[in-house]
Structures are given as C-alpha cells and as structure tokens.
Design a binder for this molecule. Structure first.
Ligand SMILES: [Zn+2]
Length: 84
C-alpha cells in the first residue's frame, strides 16, 4: 500500500463511503507502522473525529455562547419572572 492509497481510503472512510475490511485494516496498520508522515495525518484525523463525535470540550464561538446565554435568560424569566 502506498501513501496515496492509504490517504484516499482514509478520506473515504471518514466520509462514511467506505467500510474497511479486516484485511484492509491490516494493510493500513502495516503501512502506518513504517511511515511517519501517514502516522501524523492519521493522528490529526483521529483527533478531529473524536472532537466532533464525543463532543469534547472546546471553545464555543462567541456568537453561539451569547445566544445560548440569552436563551437561558429568557427561559428563566418566563419561569420565575424578571429579576428585579
Ligand atoms: Zn505513508
């Protein structure tokens, strides 16, 4: 397996258009074991996937945080009345 083949398959796998067979996983692992550039790429992808799949804490965009805050404030006011 070449670097190009590995990266192409990896992209398809991440997009969800490719399922890896056990034999392919084996080829991946063998290539990765001896190829540092590909290890770096896979590490980055893994980190990215983890971020959005497991919802690990990361800074929210300020606009989102602002909206969330005002939505919570509104709910609070509907329930308990405006703070005086
Ligand atoms: Zn490689």
């Amino acid at each position: 397996m070449t670097c190009e083949e590995l990266l192409k398959a990896l992209n398809e796998y991440v997009d969800g258009t490719l399922d890896l067979t056990e034999a392919e996983c084996q080829q991946f692992a063998e290539h990765l074991a001896g190829c540092h550039p590909c290890q770096v790429v896979v590490d980055n992808i893994r980190r990215t996937i983890r971020l959005y799949k497991e919802g690990e804490p990361y800074p929210l965009p300020p606009e989102f945080e602002r909206r969330l805050h005002s939505a919570l404030k509104r709910q609070w006011e509907e329930k308990f009345g405006k703070a005086t």
